[in-house]
Ligand binder design. Structure first.
Ligand code: ADP
Ligand code: MG
Length: 268
């Protein structure tokens, strides 16, 4: 399999605070990859480095090309807290922003752009609210709109920072279904999450982060007491998981396993 995203020796520092140290990672297309780790572990920082919106040392290659050359192949759904929701803009406008890198600020949106935006809104179930101000939406609806914007960008790589946090259950389901679908279509979907059940059950691969890469592997390999203890610092209670992704992955050692769907708990 070709690695669509390759990260070599990536380090990020904020002043004297070394947020990420020497991360090496190669990710294949067609997978839903979870990034897990405690608060302040560097999950958001890793995504931002992949977008080139924080300064980093090392290299990020997309399809073998330096990031700067292929930025339009990478879509991003930021953490909810980082968006100014009081900005006076409609649902339609937000999603159309996903097209600007293609059409440029000075040109007008073409029919194809309007079609792509319309289809993206349809896909996340937000067509009816297209003229609504984003400030008037619920958290789940806002997150769906940002999902639609990422879809409208038509990137090969979709990065999402905690897309399920502060979102109602129905929207969570819509978003997760869409992310699974996109990965099955051949995109690389990379999602930071603190929902370990989702990580275990929906993701094909997991990156455990704690100021560096602690582990990278399939959920069944990562959900081991030793790995989670190193990731979260000795405060983990392990119970059995139902690895749905194992069924999707050919040759998985867990094929046919009938897990009982219990939980992993992080004890602070
Ligand atoms: P996570 O997303 O896993 O919670 P972050 O990537 O947000 O972690 O943060 C990693 C570390 O970098 C933390 O120590 C955080 O305080 C620090 N940090 C993140 N963003 C900034 C910033 N803009 N300026 C200074 N320090 C930052
Ligand atoms: Mg974060």
């Amino acid at each position: 399999m070709v690695q669509i995203l390759k990260i070599d020796n990536l380090s990020v520092a904020y002043g004297r605070n070394l947020a990420l140290k020497e991360v090496n990672l190669g990710l294949e297309a067609g997978q839903l990859v979870g990034i897990i780790g405690p608060n302040g572990a560097g999950k958001s920082t890793l995504l931002k480095a992949m977008l080139g919106i924080v300064a980093y040392r090392g290299q990020v290659l997309v399809g073998g090309q330096p990031l700067a050359k292929v930025r339009n192949r990478v879509s991003y759904v930021p953490q909810k807290e980082e968006v100014r929701w009081d900005f006076p803009v409609t649902v339609w406008d937000v999603v159309m922003m996903g097209r600007y890198r293609r059409i440029g600020w000075v040109k007008f949106a073409a029919k194809i752009d309007r079609e792509v935006v319309g289809a993206a809104l349809e896909e996340v179930g937000m067509s009816k609210l297209r003229d609504r101000q984003i400030s008037q939406l619920s958290g789940g609806q806002q997150q769906r709109v940002f999902m639609a914007r990422a879809l409208a960008q038509e990137g090969d790589i979709i990065l999402l920072d905690e897309p399920l946090t502060g979102v109602d259950v129905a929207s969570q389901e819509v978003i997760l279904k869409l992310l699974t679908h996109l990965s099955q279509q051949g995109k690389l979907v990379l999602m930071a999450t603190h929902d370990l059940n989702v990580a275990a059950e929906k993701c094909d691969m997991l990156c455990c982060i704690n100021r560096g890469l602690v582990a990278f592997g399939k959920p069944a390999a990562v959900f081991q007491p030793e790995v989670l203890t190193r990731t979260y610092g000795g405060k983990v209670l392990m119970v059995n998981h139902n690895y749905a992704s194992a069924d999707r992955l050919a040759n998985s050692s867990l094929d046919g396993q009938n897990g009982s769907g219990l939980t992993t708990m992080i004890i602070d």
